[in-house]
Design a protein around this ligand. Structure first.
Ligand code: GYE
Length: 356
């Protein structure tokens, strides 16, 4: 969808979304007329526009007359504590707003996500939302969605597609997260380190962008060298396995720092470091991304140096965007989540309230 100068959508794009949902104002207008006729419109703001049709607002119409918003969401899987928290946030928010959520878990497979999206088209859902497991290969299926006139909202990871194939993208700035992890490491090590890197899912936006941001900073510091880089697929088990193998190799014995693209891999790697008889936090400085509960605990325990936060609680902004698009409101092309950063200076304060 083309952006206009003010960060919204051009008139023709809005009307495309509008026309695909033209039944909503129509139904609401009919309901309003009905209430006026039978005299039960008093005291309520009968539907002037579909912006007033928020499900869960039970003040004006009996439940039976309300058309529930139906949303299809294709989730990547359940690889990390971040993902579990993200799924919970989305499901909770749908329940809170009375939205009918059709949620499908793709178990890390793009083909499953494509199938899920096609099934949402067939079911004629009001909005399709998804978090793309990898960046590329989405154009054909998103063209199909466009043809069906269903708006697409992207959450968490960005697909590499033309702008007109989705309405809005809500998620964190992964490049900046990588930069922040590197900045912390440069400072902590005085600009001298032999670094191993555990990358996220191959081809995924967070793996590509976090690496890019991290590398940019490291390249400016001649005393910092990345000597090993391999995927740990964003999981604790794989992070541990890869680190175990590395520590047995000649390269592994030189490592003084580890950058993991997420906390789960860092925690798995910390176990491997300890089992290899080394001391995480002393022999090897570890930095990662997400800011999950277990990472904060590992910081307090002195094993993890820093975790750059990546906020998984995307349910509220996602459903705000869904309701806005159905109410024909302009949306920015991109909403960046605000993220914090944790190390020994603040982890203990944050831990008690950390739900994930
Ligand atoms: O950092 C990682 C997860 O896409 C931001 O995916 C997300 C990443 C997150 O599995 O833990």
């Amino acid at each position: 969808m083309a952006l206009n100068g003010t960060g919204g959508y051009t008139g023709s794009e809005v009307s495309r979304v509008r026309s695909s949902h033209r039944f909503i104002p129509f139904v609401m207008a009919s309901l309003a007329a009905c209430f006026l006729l039978v005299g039960c419109g008093s005291g309520g703001d009968t539907a002037k526009d579909s912006g007033g049709t928020k499900p869960g607002d039970s003040t004006t119409q009996p439940d039976a007359n309300k058309k529930k918003i139906v949303v299809g969401f294709s989730q990547i899987g359940a690889e990390s504590a971040w993902r579990t928290a993200n799924t919970q946030s989305i499901k909770d928010e749908a329940v809170k707003r009375g939205i009918d959520l059709k949620f499908l878990d793709a178990q890390q497979k793009q083909e499953n996500q494509i199938k899920a999206i096609r099934s949402f088209i067939a079911q004629k859902v009001d909005v399709i939302a998804f978090s793309p497991v990898v960046e590329t290969g989405w154009e054909p299926v998103l063209q199909e969605v466009k043809k069906a006139g269903i708006p697409v909202i992207v959450s968490d990871r960005r697909p590499d597609v033309p702008d007109d194939l989705y309405v809005t993208f809500i998620g964190s700035d992964f490049v900046q997260e990588g930069q922040r992890a590197a900045d912390w490491l440069v400072k902590k090590t005085g600009g001298k380190a032999v670094i191993a890197e555990l990358e996220g899912t191959v081809g995924s936006a967070p793996a590509n962008d976090r690496k890019k941001g991290f590398d940019e900073v490291i390249a400016k510091n001649p005393g910092m060298k990345i000597v090993f880089s391999q995927t740990g697929e964003f999981t604790r088990a794989k992070g541990k396995e890869v680190m175990e193998a590395l520590l047995k190799s000649p390269t592994g014995s030189q490592i003084t720092a580890l950058f993991a693209h997420n906390d789960d891999m860092a925690i798995g790697a910390i176990q491997a470091i300890e089992e290899a008889g080394k001391v995480p936090g002393k022999d090897i400085t570890v930095v990662s991304i997400d800011g999950i509960h277990d990472a904060l605990q590992a910081i307090i325990d002195g094993k993890l140096g820093c975790s750059v936060e990546c906020n998984p609680l995307l349910g509220p902004p996602l459903f705000d965007a869904i309701e806005a698009v159905l109410a024909h409101k302009d949306l920015p092309k991109r909403t960046v989540m605000k993220d914090d950063q944790f190390d020994i200076s603040n982890a203990a304060q944050v831990l008690p309230d950390r739900k994930y």
